[in-house]
Design a protein around this ligand. Structure first.
Ligand SMILES: Nc1ncnc2c1ncn2[C@@H]1O[C@H](COP(=O)(O)OP(=O)(O)OP(=O)(O)O)[C@@H](O)[C@H]1O
Ligand SMILES: [Mg+2]
Length: 264
């Protein structure tokens, strides 16, 4: 019995999620996604599909109009959920890196520790030794420890994104939400950054949700893919199932759905 493979555990359960923005734009419509513990899941879809809205619902930057999200069985969309606790669990990586430009790489990574520290420490960028050790370890994961004392704005785009990944890691999150993390990078560097994200997911067991709009990267890196079009999930499967028919469903609009196009 003991050596039976165990079923993957659910990390995130997104149930019936809808979001209509003020003005009536329906960015998400009845989205249902189950994300397994430790998996590297790519959300693939064209511009406007609702990928960023979905991530913002996950860290409660956007309140859904309907539906619920559960993380490790607890409803994070509940009004009782403490937002600081929630955001500590979700490390963010953005397209534009969002580093503090005029301070060092190390200080940027240390800001990932602020979720655990009091406000006065954040004001003075004052960090205990234990945090510095964590920050250096996180930099080492993305091979950036040798640039720890360099100013963030002197780094290349790929290096900045690696620092941003280290900052997310320093937060010791359960989940990393990467919203188009390679959209501003050239293909060689983009693959390097995606490799780091995938390696982190595999080695540390961190669940990674990665929004992408490029099919090639999705094919290369995704363990599982959720395809979105116009606010709905139109595909769920592994990357080898991304056939032309599926891509057509994700990337080309159904003429019968013209009402939403008009709203855009
Ligand atoms: N704050 C907002 N208010 C109103 N409409 C919004 C808001 N944020 C997003 N939208 C609209 O919701 C739809 C989905 O946007 P979203 O940013 O989630 O898509 P996306 O898949 O991330 O696209 P992209 O690839 O361009 O980042 C779009 O039509 C967008 O214009
Ligand atoms: Mg987006």
């Amino acid at each position: 019995m003991d050596n039976q493979p165990t079923a993957p555990r659910t990390a995130l359960s997104i149930r019936g999620l809808s979001k209509t923005y003020k003005g009536g734009l329906e960015a998400l419509r009845d989205v249902n996604i189950e994300v397994n513990e430790g998996e590297f899941l790519v959300i693939l879809g064209p511009s406007g599909a609702g990928k960023s809205t979905l991530m913002r619902c996950l860290n409660r930057l956007v309140e859904p109009t309907a539906g619920a999200i559960f993380h490790q069985g607890r409803e994070i969309t509940s009004p009782k959920q403490n937002l600081r606790d929630l955001r500590r669990q979700f490390g963010m990586v953005f397209q534009q890196f969002n580093l503090v430009k005029r301070v060092s790489v190390l200080t940027n990574v240390l800001t990932g520790r602020l979720a655990y520290r009091s406000a006065w420490r954040s004001l003075f960028y004052s960090f205990p030794q234990a945090d510095k050790r964590i920050a250096v370890e996180c930099l080492a994961r993305v091979n950036m420890e040798h640039k720890a004392f360099q100013r963030a704005d002197t780094l290349s785009g790929g290096e900045q994104q690696r620092v941003a990944i280290a900052r997310a890691l320093a937060q010791q999150p359960a989940v990393i939400l990467a919203d188009e993390p390679v959209a501003s990078l050239d293909p060689k560097i983009a693959r390097q950054v995606l490799n780091y994200l995938k390696q982190i997911s595999r080695e540390l067991g961190i669940t990674v949700l990665c929004n992408l709009h490029q099919v090639e990267y999705t094919r290369e890196f995704a363990e599982r893919v959720v395809g979105m079009s116009r606010g709905t999930v139109v595909f769920e499967g592994v990357s080898s199932q991304l056939t032309d028919e599926v891509l057509h469903r994700i990337y080309y609009r159904d003429p019968g759905d013209a009402d939403r196009e008009d709203a855009e």
